[in-house]
Structures are given as C-alpha cells and as structure tokens.
Design a protein around this ligand. Structure first.
Ligand code: MRU
Length: 347
C-alpha cells in the first residue's frame, strides 16, 4: 500500500509532487535552492503540515550544498537568509518552524566543521526528519487503528494522507493501518472548499491504494451524520495549542460541531511536532488568509462575479472540548486538555 511520494531526493535535488496538478497530472518539479522551495510551499506545490516541514528542511540542505564552496561568512549569512525565507512561506503549520529549528540546532552542532561537512550534516538531518515522519505516522496509525471498528464509515476533511506527509499519512495513516490490520473501512471525503484538497488529493490518494472512498460536498456532512451514515471523524492538524485547541483546514470546526451534535467521535491525528506548547490557546494561532482567486474559481475557471468582496481564511480552530481523542505517536489521548498535553511531553 501507499506508493505515493509527496517529496523525494533524487540526484542531489529535491523533487516535489506538484499537488496543484493532481489528480489530472502526476508531475514532479525539481528544486535546487531554498528560495524556490519556499515558493513551492507558498504556492501549495507541497502542502500539509508535516510535508511542509520536510520540504523546508530539504530547502535548508539545498542551500548549504549550493553555498558550501563560498567563504564561511557568506555561507552562514546565506543559511540565515534561507531559513528566514522559508519561515515566511506559510504561517499556520507549526511543523515548518519546528523543522527549521531542528535544522538550526544541527547547524549549531556542526558549526566547527568544514563547510562541505556541515552541508552533508544538514542533508542527513533533512533525511532523518523525513524518515522519522513516516515512522511516527506508522506508530500513530497503529494507535488510531484500534479506535476504529470493522466496517467503520469514517469522514475526513482536507488531505492528511501520504500527500501531506513524507508517507503513510496522519489521519489517512490510521485508516491505512486499520485496513492493514484486516478491518474494512469506508472513507467519506469532504471535498474541502476552496482548494479542494479532499476532492483532488484525498479521493485520488485513496483510489491509488484501492481504499473505498466516497466524495461528498462539504455541506453534505450534516445530512450523512443525521442519517447515521458516519461512525467516526478523523482529521489531521496544522498546529495544536498548549490547551489542545486544534487549527486545521477551514471547515474542520464545522465538522467537529456536527460530530458533537450527532454523538460521533471526532479524532485528531498529529505528531508531537504539531503541538506548539508556546501557543497558549487557539486564539493565538495565526490563521493564514489566501488570495481571493481561490474562492472565485479554480483551475482557470471563474464562477463568481468579478469584483465581489471575498474573505479566504484557510484554517479554523476547533476548541479542545470538541476533540474526543488526540492520536499522537505516543498513543491516543482522550479528551485532551492542557494538563494531559503537558504530561505527554514528560512521558
Ligand atoms: O493548506 P494545506 O493543504 O496545507 O492544509 C493542510 C491541512 O489542513 C491538513 O489537514 C493538515 O496539514 C494535516 S496534514 C497531515
């Protein structure tokens, strides 16, 4: 299962699967420097919190390889600049900043080495971040799979799959692991307006693996829940505050409220690197606003009248009290709150 690579390192360069073109075309774009990787993140060539973190780490490594034969001062200044450019690419997913901090720590630890050795260390760190991501997703998958009954009908929002990570996925990783454990799972994918990650990416990714998936318009979720056709909701996260509030793709909050109304468990799957203990609660999470064009139409077709006012916040915050369990690599934490989250890190 799961032959999908959102990113790969080939012949000294980073290749990103162009997620803007899916599902119509499977194209990989090649990257050789940090500024271009930052642009790829901004333009959603690569998206999904863990995948953004991995891409940023490779962006730093690429820059180190590119500058390794320059003078030491120019090398260090170039890496500082690269990290700032990458940090400014998208604001909400904390994995981006987490990965950059890890690259900074590796740079500090290698500081006395020759520049080519530093560059090699930074590339090794980027590979480690990506490998670790897959391992953690598999651990999360095993913990989360236990929560799903055989024949469960699971609703998901956005894409928290292999495409959003270095492999296996967070929310979709749990579904994959449950299926690998012999369960039959049926997925309902919200199409996820306005960028259609559910319709274009989740539906495609699950089809690739032969996992039963039914696409619904976002606004059909309430009816399906009311009719008793959804047994559980699983979503990923872009940033989880210290009190357990969850920022995820716009529309997640609506699904969480609907799930509570219909007594359906609402699960959030995310690695510890998505938990931002420095952010006190959801109010403090920066919410990205993107261009009006994303709401006016898609793929060159505009369906709304030119000149209409548009608001396009692309994430929302689900309060912790709507979360039935937070599934991390350490296990399933039921009804997460500030104290339970703090204890997770001490475990
Ligand atoms: O704007 P995107 O596509 O980067 O948003 C992605 C999401 O909201 C995902 O649900 C989240 O990053 C979790 S991915 C494992």
């Amino acid at each position: 299962m799961n032959k999908i690579n959102s990113l790969r390192w080939i012949d000294g360069a980073l290749e990103l699967l162009d997620q803007r073109a899916l599902p119509l075309r499977v194209d990989y774009l090649r990257y050789n420097n940090a500024a271009d990787v930052a642009q790829g993140i901004r333009q959603l060539v690569v998206r999904g919190a863990p995948a953004i973190g991995c891409a940023a780490a490779y962006g730093v490594a690429l820059e180190a390889l590119r500058l390794q034969h320059q003078a030491r001062d120019a090398f260090i200044a170039g890496l500082d600049r690269a990290m700032s450019i990458l940090a400014a690419s998208r604001p909400t997913a904390v994995n981006l900043f987490w990965a950059l901090n890890r690259m900074r720590a590796r740079l500090d630890a290698s500081f006395d080495h020759a520049l080519p050795a530093i560059a090699a260390d930074l590339l090794a760190e980027a590979h480690a971040i990506a490998d670790e991501d897959v391992r953690l997703n598999r651990a999360m998958g095993a913990h989360g799979a236990a929560l799903l009954a055989n024949n469960a009908r699971v609703l998901t929002h956005c894409n928290a799959g292999a495409l959003a990570t270095a492999g296996h996925g967070t929310a979709l990783g749990i579904i994959r692991s449950a299926i690998e454990a012999g369960k039959r799972i049926e997925v309902y994918a919200d199409e996820t307006r306005p960028f259609l990650q559910g319709a274009r990416l989740t539906a495609w990714e699950l089809q690739q693996d032969g996992i039963p998936v039914t696409l619904i318009a976002d606004n059909a979720a309430g009816l399906l829940m009311h009719r008793g056709e959804i047994d559980a909701v699983i979503v990923g996260a872009d940033r989880i505050a210290a009190n357990g509030d969850v920022a995820n793709k716009i529309g997640t909050y609506t699904v969480a409220v609907l799930a509570r109304r219909h007594d359906i468990p609402f699960y959030v799957a995310a690695p510890l690197s998505t938990i931002d203990r420095a952010t006190v609660n959801g109010e403090a999470i920066p919410i990205e606003e993107r261009a009006a064009e994303e709401v006016l139409g898609y793929g060159g077709t505009q369906w709304a009248p030119a000149g209409v006012a548009v608001k396009n916040p692309v994430f929302d915050v689900t309060p912790a009290d709507l979360v039935s369990a937070l599934i991390t690599e350490r296990g399933a934490l039921s009804t997460p709150d500030r104290a339970k989250i703090a204890a997770l890190f001490d475990a």
